[in-house]
Design a protein around this ligand. Sequence first.
Ligand SMILES: NC(=O)c1ccc[n+]([C@@H]2O[C@H](COP(=O)([O-])OP(=O)(O)OC[C@H]3O[C@@H](n4cnc5c(N)ncnc54)[C@H](O)[C@@H]3O)[C@@H](O)[C@H]2O)c1
Length: 251
Amino acid sequence: MTQEIIVTGAAGFIGSHLVKFLLNNHFSVIGIDNFSDYYSKKIKKFNLSPFLKSERFKFFEFDLSKPGLEKNIRKADIIIHLAAQPGVRGSWGDSFNIYVKDNILALQKLLEWSVQNKIDKFIFASSSSVYGDTDTLPMDENKSIPVPVSPYGSTKLMGENLCRIYHQNFSLEYYCLRFFSVYGPAQRPDMAFSKLFRAALTGTEFNLFGDGKQTRDFTYIDDIIHGISRTLDLKEKNTVYLILAAGPEFQ
Ligand SMILES: NC(=O)c1ccc[n+]([C@@H]2O[C@H](COP(=O)([O-])OP(=O)(O)OC[C@H]3O[C@@H](n4cnc5c(N)ncnc54)[C@H](O)[C@@H]3O)[C@@H](O)[C@H]2O)c1
């Protein structure tokens, strides 16, 4: 039987690539997104438009932090939870309320729904931001201790803890996937590659943060999708994984 997968944040950057992959690989997909105003709703609708004709795709515009999910959706096999308020820089000050709403309250409601509806597997998009600053590189999910240094990172670590707690108390099976900065087509407009390309194409300036000598490791979107897809049939459950560029073990 075709597995039915809920993808939250389906209209976003990573979500729309994931929906494409799942539909191409014969899954049925239920997409959920509230078209949050972090960036243009037009871009999100454009991301989603290729899938709307597929018979194996259903879409619900819904804010997961609000009650009532059970009125729209009653069953699925797997949830891949990507919906969130992303962005480290914006998570300070008053906007932290949005991070609490979209990254913690929405997740907790979805975990409750997952337990009530006996979901087989819950896959949570965490972030390298849970690590904070570390001198020990590369980071290692078994050795590096998560010490976030941003409010955003702390909501993602809280998210990982909520997944673990719902597993310990209600046997919900979960994976937490720590993505490192992701790049590729449809990258969010607030991210570096989008900004740099936009500046190059329009001949405008971009804001340089720091002295420009910072180093960072980026992951291509196809590698992220490959990593997520591997968790669909992994046997070692209830684990935290880092997703990096596809190494030989993926080929
Ligand atoms: N892009 C990266 O480099 C990166 C790195 C680490 C972690 N992540 C995580 O991966 C996930 C996807 O990131 P992205 O870059 O695709 O972001 P994105 O903003 O493009 O996608 C997130 C989507 O979630 C939706 N959303 C937000 N709050 C919602 C709510 N309450 N109910 C329903 N939908 C809601 C938004 O409308 C948006 O379309 C996020 O959880 C993010 O924190 C991303």
